[in-house]
Design a protein around this ligand. Structure first.
Ligand code: PLP
Length: 400
């Protein structure tokens, strides 16, 4: 049947031609941010400055958080949060296996030992019962991920963390627009960490943000983000005279540039508009792909606002007649770019060797990680891009 399908495919041209390859995660960029970057260049203030301060204020207001620190990635935001909370070598930090490697790497760089708790098969978020089962006397923190933009079960998780004195850190890389019971995520934990990487819902090229409830917590992050210096460069070089700085911690070089904030300010202004466009695309996928055999994302619950970051589907070979990787090859052959978010962390040799992780530790995430992939979803997509994606899915599944 495979060879028949392959020969059948070669007879028809791909859904899109090679020169119109649909790039996965293409950002939506407008003149407003292009002009703002050019203005920053002309003003000759490239590094951390007034635009970073404005972006922090705008973002904090959007999220409804108390304090914000802009940094150069979400990875940096996670690392800084874990260092700022005072994580010590050997402290255990519970996290999800269904995430990008940066979540676990930040824990390791901060001196912690990552401990995996399995996911819920419907939401694909960390399962609060699995989290509870992994708590030991050495558990200091939990880093949760609002996967694809769907909020975690925050009532259960915050209760659990309070009961055991565990610091909660939210990886909100997918979840800028996400709300739980009407409140933005990133404000439930001690720190909320956001990403503005090129494929995320809001991009600054590279960039990130820490949201914190307490001033002391964000002040500590800001000092650590710039070498551990007591005063940032913006203030050092201001026009009311040179001021000495003191190094008060062994910090990092994680600050955001004005060039990045120049993009972010305008991306943020269009965030909700872009969310609405992705919602249209999401609903079209839900409607058109029902009955194809693909496993589709579960609908958001009434008290949840989904950020609609990733439209993940699952390829069950028993229902689809092919596996995830063959399906992806079929999409690529039709010049539709797809992504994998994610193979579970236990599949990577580094963690297997260092921590002895295996699929059986987190069976749900392990299985999902072999079936899941993400279809293209971006506000930059045209109706034709959406239609081509649907046509390609049906063709690859041989269900035209
Ligand atoms: C993208 C991503 C990160 C890392 O973000 P960067 O800004 O690229 O450092 C961390 N966690 C998750 C879940 C992500 O998707």
């Amino acid at each position: 049947m495979n060879s028949m399908r392959r020969s059948g495919q070669s007879a028809v041209p791909p859904v899109r031609s090679k020169d119109r390859f649909l790039v996965f995660g293409a950002p939506e960029i407008a003149e407003a941010e292009i002009d703002e970057v050019v203005a920053s260049m002309k003003a000759r203030w490239l590094g951390t400055g007034p635009k970073v301060a404005r972006f922090e204020n705008d973002f904090k207001a959007y999220i409804g958080g108390n304090h914000a620190a802009a940094v150069n990635s979400c990875t940096a935001a996670l690392h800084l949060s874990l260092v700022a909370m005072g994580l010590q070598p050997g402290d255990e930090v519970i996290t999800t296996p269904m995430t990008f490697c940066a979540t676990a790497n930040a824990i390791i760089h901060a001196g912690g030992t990552p401990v995996l708790a399995d996911i819920d098969p419907v939401t694909l978020n960390i399962d609060p019962a699995a989290l509870a089962a992994r708590v030991t006397p050495r558990t200091r923190a939990a880093v949760i991920v609002h996967f694809a933009g769907r909020p975690c079960d925050l009532d259960a998780i915050t209760t659990l963390c309070e009961r055991h004195g565990i610091t909660l850190i939210e990886d909100c890389a997918h979840a800028i627009e996400t709300q739980y019971k009407g409140v933005h995520v990133g404000t439930f934990g001690r720190y909320g960490c956001f990403s503005f990487y090129a494929t995320k819902n809001l991009t600054t090229g590279e960039g990130g943000m820490v949201i914190a409830r307490h001033r002391d917590d964000v002040d500590r992050v800001k000092v650590l983000a710039l070498h551990g210096m007591s005063k940032d460069a913006w203030k050092r070089f201001s026009d009311d005279g040179y001021k000495h700085y003191d190094v008060v911690a062994c910090g990092f070089k994680y600050n955001m540039m004005d060039l990045q904030a120049a993009i972010g300010i305008h991306q943020l202004a269009r965030l909700e508009q872009n969310w609405l466009r992705r919602q249209q695309i999401w609903q079209t996928f839900d409607r058109e792909l029902a009955g194809t055999g693909l496993g589709l994302p579960a609908p958001a619950r009434a008290h949840e606002r989904h950020a609609l970051h990733l439209y993940t589907v699952q390829v069950d070979p028993a229902r689809c007649g092919l596996d995830r990787d063959s399906f992806m090859n079929g999409m690529s052959a039709n010049n539709i770019g797809v992504g994998v978010h994610y193979r579970s962390l236990v599949e990577h040799p580094y963690y297997r060797e260092r921590y002895g992780w295996q699929g059986g530790d987190v069976p749900v995430a392990f299985e999902v990680g072999q079936r899941i992939l993400s279809l293209p979803l971006s506000a930059a997509m045209t109706d034709a891009d959406v239609a081509d994606t649907i046509t390609a899915v049906k063709r690859v599944l041989a269900r035209p």
